[in-house]
Design a protein around this ligand. Structure first.
Ligand code: NAD
Length: 483
């Protein structure tokens, strides 16, 4: 299986190569083989991308929203037509099972392009009556936007950033994660095929230094990052120096609170989805599973039974529903956390080991008797490690759920309607679920509070993060002056 793209970058409507850039090997984590070799952007490639984006901006922003939207919706149709090929590429890029990528990656990217394609023609300012005078607002694009992606959802992240940015009349330079560089190139080619003018969406590859070069360039007006909190702090600070707009989609350590009146099977399903989908490499995962003491042992029993049914293996086999970690480096990090969990006294219920097979496979792992101070309850692991913590009291569990610097997501399982709403109202989190987990349709805003981020992606809320308002006061009468 080889997934070599035509070239490393996509700039000014075409693939672009510069072999002077540092080599990036794309490793298929299911077996450790190299499936593509690319090059990080040289300063020349970065400069070309910036120039071409800037040059493309005036004509793109001058088009009507309906015209822009039509191109995005056409791209969504092409993506859906090619979903299988794009999903296979995503699986090679990330190692995620095809069973997942067929429904969750390119498909959700197409949803974003369709949604924001439809929204593009509806974007307007506001008329503000002021007696005889009046004011109005013009909703303007921000200009040149930079998108920087993480490796867990490479195609979805590229689309979640490109779709609203382009719909609002901005141009974009997207830098994928150096670990998963392939999907964004396909997106750029498909957008071009759909009629996107040259230079409106460009892809440059590279590591953090390429991202930093883009973020600090004075021609860039906005930066949208999906990544870890430490990277977010650096990128936010660099953007602040240039007074640039930011969207920060960062890490989490989200609580999933299960009361004793919850539907136990649904709660177990949510804990599985919120910890083991994509082998746990999801920012919004509910990795701190607070279970009411009255149902704790029953919950653990059912969870262990269900986890034993995971089909672990070749991600290209559609029967497989649990794949490898994205890389050897991430595997080592996760195994390190598992060792800490055991050393600090958590009870290993299932998993806890690397699987004896080629590739970066770690067994789905469940710890019980986890306490708030343990490392596995405090730090983002970004792997298939679920921690069960006990609780007795609603007020107490809310306080403990909030006792973290993160604030990306949270959920509650209960049949008590008023308690469900009371608990989510008290959670310090940007995205909450009641009696389900990790559903993030494009129609609803997504993002974090506290260290988990700034701004929102998706829904109409994203428009506020890719536009700015110009206010115009219109005098309709004589101008009054004191002298
Ligand atoms: P990372 O922070 O290591 O890297 C993210 C991106 O930033 C990469 O493209 C990287 O090359 C780039 N980068 C690194 N240093 C940079 C710098 N100084 N300037 C500019 N760019 C720089 O994250 P990762 O390991 O790729 O992804 C995992 C993290 O992403 C987890 O913390 C996860 O929670 C988070 N994540 C968040 C969301 C969300 O929507 N909130 C979604 C997915 C992943």
């Amino acid at each position: 299986m080889i997934a070599q793209p035509e070239a490393s970058h996509f700039v000014n409507g075409a693939y672009l190569e510069d072999a002077e850039g540092p080599q990036i090997d794309v490793i298929y984590p299911a077996d450790g083989r190299s499936v593509a070799t690319l090059h990080g952007a040289t300063p020349d490639v970065v400069e070309r991308a910036l120039r071409t984006a800037q040059a493309a901006l005036p004509a793109w922003r001058a088009m009507t929203g309906t015209e822009r939207g039509r191109i995005l919706r056409r791209a969504a149709d092409i993506i859906r037509d090619r979903n299988r090929a794009l999903s296979e590429l995503e699986t090679l890029d990330t190692g995620k099972p095809l069973q997942e990528t067929l429904v969750a990656d390119a498909a959700s990217g197409a949803d974003a392009l369709e949604y924001f394609g439809g929204l593009a023609g509806t974007l307007t300012g506001e008329h503000i009556p002021l007696g005889g005078d009046f004011a109005y607002t013009i909703r303007e694009p921000l200009g040149v936007c930079v998108g920087i992606g993480a490796w867990n959802y490479p195609t979805q992240i590229a689309c979640w950033k490109a779709a609203p940015a382009l719909a609002c009349g901005n141009v974009m330079i997207f830098k994928p994660s150096e670990q998963t560089p392939l999907g964004a190139l396909k997106l750029a080619a498909i957008l071009t095929e759909a009629g996107l003018p040259r230079g409106v969406f460009n892809v440059v590859q590279g590591r953090g230094d390429v991202g930093a070069a883009l973020v600090t360039d004075p021609r860039v007006n906005k930066v949208s990052l999906t990544g870890s909190v430490p990277t977010g702090r650096k990128v936010y600070a660099a953007a602040a120096a240039g007074m640039k707009h930011v969207t920060m989609e960062l890490g989490g350590k989200s609580p999933l609170i299960i009361f004793d009146d919850a539907d136990l099977d649904d709660a177990v399903s949510a804990a599985i989805n919120g910890n083991f989908y994509s082998s746990g490499q999801i920012c919004s995962n509910g990795t701190r599973v607070f279970v009411h003491r009255a149902i704790k042992e029953a919950f653990l029993q059912r969870l262990a039974d269900r986890v034993s049914n995971a089909v672990i293996g070749d991600p290209m086999d559609e029967a497989t529903n649990f794949g490898p970690m994205v890389s050897e480096a991430q595997t080592a990090i996760v195994l390190g956390y598992i060792a800490k969990g055991q050393a600090e006294g958590a009870r290993l219920v299932t998993g806890g080991t690397r699987l004896d097979r080629p590739g970066c496979f770690i067994a789905p792992t469940v710890f019980a008797d986890v306490t708030d101070g343990m490392t596995i309850a405090r730090e983002e692991i970004f792997g298939p490690v679920l921690s069960v913590l006990d609780f007795d009291d609603e007020a107490d569990v809310i306080a403990r759920a909030n006792a973290t610097d993160f604030g990306l997501a949270g959920a509650v399982f209960t049949r008590d309607l008023t308690r469900a709403h009371r608990v989510v109202a008290a959670l310090e989190a940007g995205t909450c679920w009641i009696n389900t987990y990790n559903l993030t349709p494009v129609e609803m805003p997504f993002g974090g509070v506290k260290a988990s981020g700034v701004g929102r992606e998706n829904a109409k809320a994203a428009v506020d993060h890719y536009t700015q308002l110009k206010t115009v006061y219109v005098g309709m009468g004589p101008v009054d002056a004191p002298f």
